[in-house]
Design a protein around this ligand. Structure first.
Ligand SMILES: NC(=O)c1ccc[n+]([C@@H]2O[C@H](COP(=O)([O-])OP(=O)(O)OC[C@H]3O[C@@H](n4cnc5c(N)ncnc54)[C@H](O)[C@@H]3O)[C@@H](O)[C@H]2O)c1
Ligand SMILES: [Zn+2]
Length: 367
């Protein structure tokens, strides 16, 4: 890639995709590269919070007349907001040969990826992930996910970026709960990778937030684990579905709480809920759940008192895209603690287990 100063080639990751390989660069001066993108005539989609907190690098971008600045909320990531963004990019003069550059977290990524995949039947795009969640997880995998009405991530496309630039300097302005949201996805892929990976992460859990090099290492490991899975099943027809571990429950928690719990923290609670269901259906030994619970509880602290109304949770889980006439596909850990696909009837027993979890674990904060 022209002009990109790469600090250490061994760090970079190449991901295979149906549109050819794309690259993840770890570049601590990465924010400066935005200036080069600006000079190259690129167009931008930028998170307004990032624009403000990182004004030193983002201000020229925002003032270029080629940037769409958005408020990163789930409401913004809705299909009904897409036409206005598309019109704004066209008004700014975007053409078939211009690159669209996204600067923000997973929400900005989803919107930019979706727009890049539909405008002019497909534009090249580049991504500067600015949240830990986006750096450690969502930035690779080709997917855009857009909400339709109240149903989260129910529309989308597969359209990988050409380049991803990971600059850990963006993370300095994240709140602790946004950092723990990203750590939720890091925990997820380490559990998927197996007990050894999980134990290693559990041992360094306390240092993830205090020691940048420990976090940086965990981010790289997470991307390598996800790379193996998405390269084996880019279009999510089978093996990739294990990445939904914690997500069926997590999305229902997000929806039932009006998205007041950050995504990766809802996923963290969702993983413990999946582990609870796995124990109740006899798939997982209670002591194996307990080992994971030490970490999932610590990662979701601060949200113990957020009410999760059961009726709203149940309504959300029934509208999940993995529900069909024959039941629901959930990812539950097996006897070796490895998450695997399980098809369960979406009946009173299943919903009863979800309700018992909420009652037992969250007590009076269920509703
Ligand atoms: N497409 C995919 O493959 C994929 C995968 C996982 C998650 N997601 C989606 O990503 C979203 C969650 O991503 P996220 O957690 O990155 O959310 P986000 O984009 O909403 O960012 C979280 C919050 O952090 C703020 N923020 C962003 N960067 C910041 C920075 N450097 N400093 C301070 N604040 C900053 C944002 O403005 C926002 O308020 C969800 O909608 C989820 O469905 C998509
Ligand atoms: Zn997620």
């Amino acid at each position: 890639m022209a002009g990109l100063r790469v600090s250490d080639d061994r760090d970079n990751i190449t991901i295979a995709s149906h549109r050819g390989p794309y690259q993840v660069f770890f570049e601590n001066g990465g924010r400066r590269l935005l200036t080069e993108d600006l000079e190259s005539g690129a167009h931008f989609v930028v998170d307004s919070t990032v624009a403000e907190l990182h004004a030193d690098t983002c201000l020229p971008v925002v003032e270029s007349g080629r940037a769409v600045v958005l408020t990163a909320t789930e409401r913004t990531k809705n299909l009904d907001r897409i036409p206005a963004f598309a019109e704004a990019l066209l008004r700014n003069g975007i053409r078939r040969d211009t690159q669209l550059v996204a600067v923000g977290g997973g929400i900005t990524q989803d919107i930019a990826c979706f727009l890049a995949s539909i405008l002019m039947r497909g534009l090249s795009w580049k991504f500067y992930p600015t949240t830990l969640l986006a750096q450690a997880d969502s930035c690779i995998g080709s997917k855009s996910s857009i909400n339709v009405g109240a149903v989260k991530n129910s529309a989308g496309t597969f359209w990988p970026p050409e380049t991803i630039v990971i600059d850990s300097g963006f993370l300095g302005t994240l709140s602790e709960s946004e950092l723990r949201s990203g750590i939720g996805e890091i925990i997820k892929v380490h559990i998927i990778d197996g007990p050894q990976s999980f134990d290693r992460l559990a041992a360094e859990y306390d240092r993830l937030i205090s020691a940048p090099e420990v976090l940086g290492d965990a981010v790289r490991r997470s991307l390598h684990i996800k790379k193996r899975i998405i390269e084996a099943d880019e279009f999510d027809t089978g093996p990739r579905q294990v990445l939904n571990y914690g997500h069926t429950f997590g999305h229902a928690i997000e929806s039932a709480t009006d998205y007041s719990i950050p995504h990766g923290i809802a996923v963290t609670i969702g993983m413990d809920m999946a582990n609870y269901v796995a124990v109740e259906v006899g798939a997982l030994a209670p002591d194996r759940r307990a080992r994971m619970k030490v970490i999932t509880d610590r990662n979701s602290r601060g949200y113990e008192q957020t009410p999760i109304p059961f009726d709203r949770f149940a309504a959300a889980i029934k509208s999940d895209k993995k529900v069909s006439a024959s039941g629901i596909t959930v990812i539950l850990p097996d006897s070796q603690s490895i998450p695997a696909r399980v098809r369960l009837p979406l009946d009173d027993r299943f919903l009863g287990l979800c309700g018992s979890y909420l009652l037992e674990e969250r007590g009076r904060h269920v509703a």
